[in-house]
Design a protein around this ligand. Structure first.
Ligand SMILES: [Ca+2]
Ligand SMILES: [Ca+2]
Length: 238
């Protein structure tokens, strides 16, 4: 009898140890955005991991101080991830400035001639800017980050397109408004207006059906991905 009790206690003890161990492992895997350590980085300024993509789009006009692309890219982020830079800092989420294709031209908003190095001047939301890298680079980054328990946050700016330039045509008027300029004194004057001069405001309040901008259609055809984009759009809306 005594022997049986000892075995029972022993097995209860072992069972307890086992379940405690399981619990602690489970707790380590819980990810909470509220408790995450987010590292924010400006994709163009973080690290130049591949100099071959620096001049892939001609953005060669003289700019104001630090208003041009500096060469940073997704490859650079991958290299720092591989180095353990983010893990050593205890980072478990990376927030990158938008990596979609930026306008090819430049404008002066009062700080000297400027390109869309910051990623907030979208030309085409369906493509990565070749200066930042390829879809394969982005897939590699996400996979490697996840393997280290790090999330990737992709910034998406859909309030406006990039500014209009000689080589970056304006979107059709059922997509964007080009005036009035926001006066920031009411909800409407924050939302249904352009943040600054020459920053076409996407009509995010509109539920009207729109056709694809012809310039985008032509661009996709030229790049040989029209059929792919249309199929993906149809699948999305379905
Ligand atoms: Ca580069
Ligand atoms: Ca708006």
């Amino acid at each position: 009898m005594k022997k049986h009790i000892i075995i029972l206690l022993l097995s209860l003890f072992l069972f307890n140890c086992g379940s405690k161990k399981q619990m602690s492992v489970k707790q380590e895997n819980v990810f909470m955005w509220e408790a995450s350590n987010i590292y924010f980085l400006l994709t163009d300024r973080f690290k130049n991991g591949d100099t071959l993509n620096d001049k892939i789009i001609e953005r060669n006009k003289t700019t104001g101080v630090l208003r041009g692309f500096q060469g940073g890219d997704i490859r650079g982020v991958i290299q720092k991830l591989d180095d353990g830079y983010f893990s050593d800092l205890g980072i478990n989420a990376l927030w990158m400035t938008p990596v979609v294709e930026q306008i090819h031209g430049s404008v002066d908003e009062g700080t000297g001639n400027s390109y869309g190095f910051h990623g907030y001047w979208t030309k085409d939301w369906t493509a990565l800017d070749p200066s930042y890298g390829t879809k394969e680079d982005l897939a590699e980054l996400v996979e490697k980050a996840h393997a280290k328990g790090i999330r990737i946050v992709l910034d998406a700016v859909i309030n406006h397109t990039g500014p209009v330039t000689d080589i970056d045509p304006v979107f059709p008027s059922d997509w964007v408004r080009t005036s009035p300029k926001c006066t920031y004194d009411s909800y409407k004057n924050y939302i249904d207006c352009t943040l600054v001069e020459n920053l076409p405001d996407v009509k995010t309040e509109s539920n009207e059906r729109v056709e694809l901008p012809q310039t985008l259609v032509e661009k996709w055809k030229k790049e040989g991905r029209y059929d792919e984009e249309i199929a993906e759009l149809e699948a999305f809306f379905k």
